[in-house]
Design a protein around this ligand. Sequence first.
Ligand code: SF4
Ligand code: SF4
Length: 408
Amino acid sequence: MTNRGPDLNRRKFLSATTAGLVSAGLVKLVPSCSEAKQETPADDDSGKEMICRKLGRTGYEVPIVGFGIMNASNPELVHAACEAGVRYFNASAGYQFGRIEEHLGRAVNRLKIRDKVVIATSEFDYNKLRGISPVEVKRKMITSCEGSLRRLGTDYIDIFYVYEADNPRDINDQAVIESLMALKDQGKIRYTGVTTHSNMAHVIEGVTRNGFFDLVLTSINFTMADDTKLLKAISDAAAKGVAVVGMKVMAGGTRWPNPESRKNYSSSTIAKACLKWVMRNENIATCIPGFVNFEHMRQDLSVAYDLEYTEEEAKFVSDNGIKLGIGFCRQCRKCLASCPEGVDIPTLMRTHMYAAQYGDFYKARATIDGIPSASGLKACARCSSCQARCASTVDITHRVDELKTIYA
Ligand code: SF4
Ligand code: SF4
């Protein structure tokens, strides 16, 4: 089927500046999602409306394509995304030392659309909060939230996440829950969520059972089509009003996956096919592709108007050679037993993805530094040949070697 979504002229997008898209009449401001449905770009003659979904029980409704702004170094891109109708922004206090929150805050405030966008951010992951007293957890989380509010130039955060839950026990951490309740009582945050990219099905089940968190941000992409447990957990969560938001939707930077896929499919086909696979699942409220330029933004946002696959896109998502060749690490932890040194291979593989696929060496460095040294890359330095084996298709040996070259 032909994709008749908006195909904005590349030159016009590339020339988008602070006031570019709006003043050029390409895209009108979108005061709310219901109005977004009537505000298609001016040169889109398809008559299609932006598809929006409810963010679970929060009552918010947002377009099905949001923006993970981790690598959005260009403030104009954040601004253009606001103008183009993006309404869900995923930031973090840790992205580029807080600079990303500042970009987002400036764009939203300049456009005067604070009440029309959903801002999700946070700083802490469960690892950083373990082993400290409840009083200290609360102090840290409140201080961190106040820092985010300052950088964002706002007096409330819509979604405050706690990162990297990898165990259902994390979800029940009372010190974290009480800190989040205090932040809610103070009016600093509105809703809460957890993120997970390891042991996702169990974590999502925990979120659904616990009932405290309103959202879960999870890894999900077309290479996981056979993960029935995860898909069921997502469906059960959605049925209980937990908003499921998709990340790693391009299987870790699948715009440039491997020579084989680039040979057979265009970058645009790959990006759109990946996003469509995720968002054709109606249990997923929205997703956060991390577009880093205007061309990527154009491609990704076109999916918000049309989820039908083109022939090429359908071929891509069902191409087993591609799925296996990408070597996306699902963080399943099944490789752990194969390493004699007890190295945290899943986190090393995630580090590799940040460095090799996202090109985000700062995030990679921060991730690698977060691994206790006994189970980190230093242990690999003692190993002359890697015996670790992936239960899927990740070439652990090759990636560990590359990490050693960069970081050891
Ligand atoms: S490297 Fe393979 S086995 Fe290990 S966590 Fe990743 S996908 Fe699972
Ligand atoms: S090189 Fe491979 S087998 Fe050796 S410690 Fe590292 S992950 Fe384990």
